[in-house]
Design a binder for this molecule. Structure first.
Ligand SMILES: *[C@@H]1O[C@H](CO)[C@@H](O)[C@H](O)[C@H]1NC(C)=O
Ligand SMILES: *[C@@H]1O[C@H](CO)[C@@H](O)[C@H](O)[C@H]1NC(C)=O
Length: 357
């Protein structure tokens, strides 16, 4: 019995340490923008070109040659960037087609079959720490293998396949070097900066919390607590029984996910062992906009959820998860000038990052 109590105490302590760690992580002020370009073509044609932009692992916008339009995935970012900027980016992407055609022309030249499709990719990334660009890279991938890369701090291209050495001087020519620098600064960094600043200026919003109870097929009670629409991203949701913290069952969490309006969403569930009647539980929420931890009791009767509501919920969660491309490592912007006020983090952006060869 004693041992069991200690184990619980130990698990709770571990849990608190993990939560603390997660909160610290979200307060970091580093942001990363990645632009991915994929071209498919033959030595004499460019059949496909698509571009995707991710900020802190969240897809913010994409472009493809077929529609020649930028599609913004995170709606509020169009406000952050403005119509003119987006139009300018779109024109630039259309213009990039000739750069990728150039790539196809040179790299596929050797292929005796002039109708064979090849894939050329360009990955550009830049990172910002407290508004200062800290590093940036460009990688060129041909038919699935990396052939060139550049670390902008080092400043010259490295070739990774001997047969591509002969084009290295082209990449290093003043024309491509100036273009690369311009794009990396104007688009990779500036675009991210616009979005980060816009998100810092956003007002904080407290979470809307709902707590429900249901019984699964095995007869276990499942409690769930959902917080949505909050900003900034840092939040803490925990279960208490009769006002005490502890580990009473299997806990799961969706992780903090972005909503379309730049606010966030988080759901935690607790599956109780069959012998637990589920009485006396509360979901406790801590967020900067809730001055004190808010306590939400679990309803005593199972909450009825219409099956279609549930299906829709699951679908939304899946879409969100997919669109997050793995873990949403949103970082936080905290300090703002001399006010020292902690405000937010943020999410996303629009169009892709460019550089051509
Ligand atoms: C080459 O790519 C285009 C566009 O993706 C596709 O329609 C075509 O079928 C491909 N051709 C071959 C031979 O794979
Ligand atoms: C093209 O072919 C020549 C001769 O076979 C070879 O030396 C060269 O490395 C090839 N270049 C590329 C880019 O594959």
């Amino acid at each position: 019995m004693e041992c069991r109590r200690r184990w619980r105490w130990f698990s709770s302590a571990c849990f608190l340490i993990l939560v603390e760690f997660a909160l610290r992580e979200t307060m970091a002020v580093r942001h990363r923008h990645v632009g991915q370009f994929t071209a498919v073509g033959t030595t004499h044609s460019l059949l496909e070109l698509s571009a995707i932009s991710f900020i802190d692992d969240v897809e913010v916008g994409s472009y493809n040659k077929v529609h020649q339009q930028i599609i913004i995935k995170v709606p509020w970012t169009s406000k952050a960037l403005g119509v003119n900027y987006i139009t300018q980016r779109r024109n630039l992407l259309v213009d990039h087609e000739k750069h990728f055609l150039w790539m196809m022309h040179y790299f596929a030249k050797n292929d005796t079959n002039h109708d064979r499709n090849h894939t050329g990719q360009l990955l550009a990334d830049c990172e910002m720490d407290n508004d200062i660009k800290v590093n940036s890279h460009v990688h060129i991938i041909w038919d699935g293998e990396e052939i060139y890369r550049i670390d902008e701090e080092v400043g010259h291209w490295e070739y990774l396949k001997p047969e591509f050495k002969k084009y290295q001087h082209i990449l290093e020519s003043p024309f491509w070097t100036d273009l690369r620098k311009l794009y990396m600064n104007q688009y990779c960094v500036d675009l991210m900066r616009k979005i980060v600043w816009y998100s810092i200026l956003r007002d904080n919003v407290p979470p809307e919390v709902t707590v429900s109870r249901r019984v699964n097929r095995e007869g276990s009670i499942i409690l769930s607590c959902t917080a949505t629409g909050f900003y900034p991203r840092s939040i803490l949701l925990r279960w208490e029984k009769d006002g005490k913290l502890g580990v009473w069952g299997k806990e799961t969490s969706t992780g903090t996910l972005p909503n379309a309006d730049s606010t966030f969403y988080l759901r935690v569930t607790l599956e109780l062992p069959p012998e637990d009647s589920g009485m006396g539980y509360t979901c406790v929420v801590e967020h900067i906009e809730l001055k004190t931890p808010a306590v939400y009791p679990v309803p005593e009767k199972p909450t009825r959820e219409k099956p279609w509501v549930l299906t829709l919920g699951i679908m939304l969660a899946v879409i969100l998860l997919l669109s997050c491309a793995g873990i949403f490592t949103a970082r936080k912007k905290r300090k703002r000038g001399s006010t020292g006020q902690l405000k937010r983090s943020f999410t996303s952006t629009t169009s892709p990052t460019p550089p051509p060869l």
